[in-house]
Design a protein around this ligand. Structure first.
Ligand SMILES: C[S@@+](CC[C@H](N)C(=O)[O-])C[C@H]1O[C@@H](n2cnc3c(N)ncnc32)[C@H](O)[C@@H]1O
Length: 241
């Protein structure tokens, strides 16, 4: 299996630790408070992006053949307005998230995949028509180009014309308020976030290298994005991928 993120020796241990720190916070107990803390309070008072913006993104883009990458508690799929799915796969590195989201979304009979997005997805899956990736990139360790390897691992499971959409909290640009600055400090120190260097330009550039159509909309500290390759075309090849 190709390991795209982890180099050798001590660096490998450091990288694996950084990946682990990014999701260790999601214990069963923490997940009972997650929706209220993140989507109830932080979005409004710190990130200044109403949760309704994210819900609308899901309502507009979730297809009947959907992969949710970094599912958390499954809140957005629950609120996406979908009556049912032909196929719904929930992917996450953290088993607690998968278990909790699967319980919440049981009516859709989801399939679960425990996967580190910074490694290739194996065994491969049949293509999806939509992939959600919300509030995951700012957790992943490394520069924006290292984080976007997660998208390189998702592209092979995207069908022709499939849409990738989601959001990420940017550490640069904009004017974070006092609450946002305090949360950036705490979360980056703990390794829950690694977004101090993340900016809209690097995100936009990285998406444009990979997809034909890219839309990014900034709301407060949050970049909402949507990216698509045209029907009949394969995802754009990238050097070294
Ligand atoms: C901040 S939560 C976002 C959850 C959900 N998408 C939401 O917006 O509420 C980040 C999610 O990404 C997952 N995650 C973090 N690092 C990951 C990795 N390397 N591979 C796969 N999932 C990861 C976490 O376990 C968690 O479910």
């Amino acid at each position: 299996m190709a390991k795209n993120f982890t180099p050798k020796g001590n660096e490998a241990t450091g990288a694996a630790k950084a990946v682990a720190r990014a999701h260790a916070v999601y214990t069963p107990l923490a997940l009972t408070f997650y929706d209220i803390i993140v989507h109830g309070l932080s979005n409004r008072f710190a990130w200044q992006c109403p949760t309704s913006r994210l819900t609308a993104l899901y309502e507009a883009n979730v297809s009947a053949n959907h992969l949710e990458a970094g599912v958390g508690t499954g809140l957005f799929l629950d609120r996406s307005g979908k009556a049912d799915f032909d196929r719904l796969v929930l992917l996450d590195i953290n088993r607690n998230c998968l278990t909790r989201a699967a319980r919440r979304l049981a009516r859709f009979r989801p399939t679960l995949r425990e996967v580190n997005l910074l490694e290739s997805i194996a065994p491969p899956m049949a293509p999806f028509d939509s992939v959600g990736l919300t509030y995951v990139l700012h957790c992943l360790p490394g520069s924006m180009s290292e984080k976007l390897k997660a998208i390189d691992h998702l592209r092979p499971v995207m069908g022709e014309g499939a849409v990738l959409f989601g959001a990420t909290i940017l550490g640069r640009g904009g004017t974070p308020n006092r609450a946002a600055r305090a949360l950036f400090r705490v979360y980056n120190a703990k390794g829950v976030f690694d977004n101090r260097e993340d900016d809209a330009e690097a995100l936009s550039e990285g998406l444009k290298q990979r997809f034909e159509t890219v839309e990014i909309d900034r709301q407060g500290c949050v970049a909402l994005f949507r990216a698509k390759s045209a029907k009949g075309s394969l995802p754009l090849p990238l050097d070294g991928h």
